[in-house]
Design a protein. Structure first.
Length: 394
C-alpha cells in the first residue's frame, strides 16, 4: 500500500459545496498563519463563496483586498472566541447573528480558532452541513476533527484542518496581496531616496516577548551606520512608549510612524522595506506575508508554533529562557505577573549579524500580488446585525 504524502488530505472533498465559513477571530499574526489554509480551500472549492468570520479589525485589512475569501463578517462577542465586556453565548446579539448565519446555508464551516472548547460550539451553531476543526481534551467534537496539540506549528495545524474536508496545500508560506491603495499610503509617509529602508517593530502582545528598547536603539544605530534608513512602526500605547525610548537612546535619526498607519498602509510600508526586524508579533507576520525579508526575535516555544518555516529570506534570534528574571517562576506553566522580558538576553550582535546577512544577500524578490481563479476577487465586509449579501442564484 502506498504511503500517504505529507499533509495529504485526511478527509474527502464534500460534494455540492457552494458556501464555506471559516472562523478565526483573533489577532493579526493569527490571520496570517491561516492564509495557506484559506488558499488550499480556494483551490479545493474554486466556485464556492468563502466567508471569513473575524474580529472588528478584519474588514479594515481584508475587505476589498484580493485573496481567498469573498466576504468578511464580524462575529459578536462570544466567550473564548471574541472576548469583550458582556460576552455571552445567549445574548440577543448572538441569537440574531446565528440566526442570520444559519440562513446563509453554509455547506462547510471550519474552526481555525484554537482547541475548540469555545469555538467548536460557535461553529456548530452556524448550522453547516459539515463542520471541521481541531479538538482539545474536553472540547465538543465537530463532524470532522483532529486532536489539538499545542506543540504544532499553526500553519500546519490550519492546513490539517483544511485537509479534513479534502483541501490539499498549495503553499506553506503565507501570502497577502499589496493593493495600489496600500502602496499609495506608503508613498505618502516614506521618504524618497536611494537608501534601503529597514523597519523595526519593537512591540508584542505579550511583554515577555519584547526585546528591550535599548537593544533596538543600538541596532538602529548600527543599521544606520550601514547606510539604511530606519523606520519605527507599531500601534498602541505600549509601542508608543517603547518607540519614544528607542528614539531617546539612539543617535541616528529615525522615522517614527508608530500610531500613524492603518493596517493597509502598514502593509504598504512593510512591502517597501528591504528588511523588517521585529519581535514575535503581528507586523513581523505581515511583513513575511507581503514578501519582505525578516529577522524575528522569538522565545523558543513560540518559534515552534509561529516562526517562519523557511530561512531563505527569514532569520530568527531565539531565547530559551523560561524563568522570570524577577522571581524565578517557570513561565512555561503560568504567569507570575511580572511580565519581564524573556528575550532580553539575545545579544544585539546576533540580531545585527542576521540583519546584515539578509541586507547583503536578500535572495530573490517575493511578489505578494496573489491571484485566485485567474484574477483578484473582490470582498465585502459586514458587521453584526447587518443583512449579509446574498448571491443572485444558489
Amino acid at each position: 500500500m502506498p504511503r500517504s504524502a505529507p499533509l495529504s488530505p485526511a478527509g474527502a472533498l464534500v460534494p455540492g459545496v457552494e458556501r464555506i465559513a471559516v472562523l478565526r477571530a483573533n489577532w493579526l499574526g493569527d490571520l496570517v498563519l491561516t492564509l495557506p489554509a484559506l488558499a488550499a480551500l480556494r483551490a479545493a472549492y474554486p466556485d464556492a463563496e468563502i466567508t471569513y468570520l473575524g474580529a472588528p479589525w478584519h474588514p479594515e485589512l481584508l475587505a476589498g483586498r484580493p485573496g481567498p475569501w469573498d466576504r468578511v463578517v464580524v462575529v459578536p462577542p462570544w466567550p473564548g472566541v471574541r472576548d469583550a465586556p458582556g460576552a455571552s453565548r445567549d445574548g440577543a446579539e448572538v441569537h440574531e447573528f446565528l440566526s442570520g448565519q444559519r440562513d446563509e446555508g453554509y455547506d462547510l464551516a471550519l474552526q481555525l480558532h484554537g482547541g475548540g472548547g469555545n469555538s467548536n460550539p460557535f461553529v456548530a451553531a452556524l448550522g453547516a452541513r459539515v463542520t471541521a476543526g481541531a479538538r482539545d481534551v474536553g472540547a465538543p467534537p465537530l463532524d470532522r476533527w483532529l486532536p489539538y496539540c499545542s506543540d504544532q506549528h499553526e500553519v500546519l495545524r490550519c492546513l490539517e484542518v483544511a485537509g479534513l474536508v479534502g483541501a490539499v496545500p498549495t503553499t506553506l508560506e503565507p501570502r497577502l496581496a499589496v493593493t495600489p491603495e496600500d502602496a499609495a499610503a506608503a508613498d505618502g509617509v516614506l521618504p524618497p531616496g536611494p537608501e534601503p529602508l529597514v523597519a523595526l517593530h519593537p512591540g508584542a502582545q505579550d511583554p515577555r516577548r519584547r526585546w528591550p528598547a535599548e537593544h533596538f536603539a543600538a541596532l538602529a544605530d548600527a543599521l544606520a551606520g550601514e547606510g539604511t534608513r530606519v523606520v519605527l512602526v507599531g500601534a498602541g500605547d505600549a509601542d508608543r512608549r517603547t518607540a519614544d525610548a528607542i528614539r531617546a537612546a539612539a543617535a541616528a535619526p529615525l522615522l517614527d510612524l508608530v500610531g500613524r498607519l492603518p493596517l493597509g498602509a502598514l502593509a504598504g510600508v512593510l512591502a517597501r522595506c528591504r528588511l523588517v526586524v521585529a519581535n514575535d508579533s503581528g507586523p513581523r507576520h505581515l511583513a513575511e506575508a507581503v514578501g519582505t525579508a525578516t529577522v524575528g526575535v522569538f522565545l523558543e516555544r513560540n518559534l515552534l508554533n509561529a516562526g517562519p518555516l523557511t530561512r531563505r529570506r527569514h532569520r530568527v534570534a531565539v531565547s530559551a529562557a523560561t524563568d522570570c528574571p524577577a522571581c524565578g517562576a517557570d513561565q512555561r506553566w503560568g504567569r507570575c505577573g511580572h511580565d519581564r522580558s524573556l528575550v532580553a538576553g539575545i545579544p544585539v550582535a546576533t540580531v545585527l549579524a542576521a540583519a546584515l546577512d539578509l541586507l547583503q544577500h536578500p535572495g530573490p524578490a517575493v511578489h505578494a500580488a496573489v491571484r485566485f481563479r485567474g484574477g483578484a476577487r473582490g470582498t465585502s465586509a459586514e458587521l453584526p446585525g447587518q443583512q449579509p449579501g446574498r448571491r443572485a442564484a444558489r
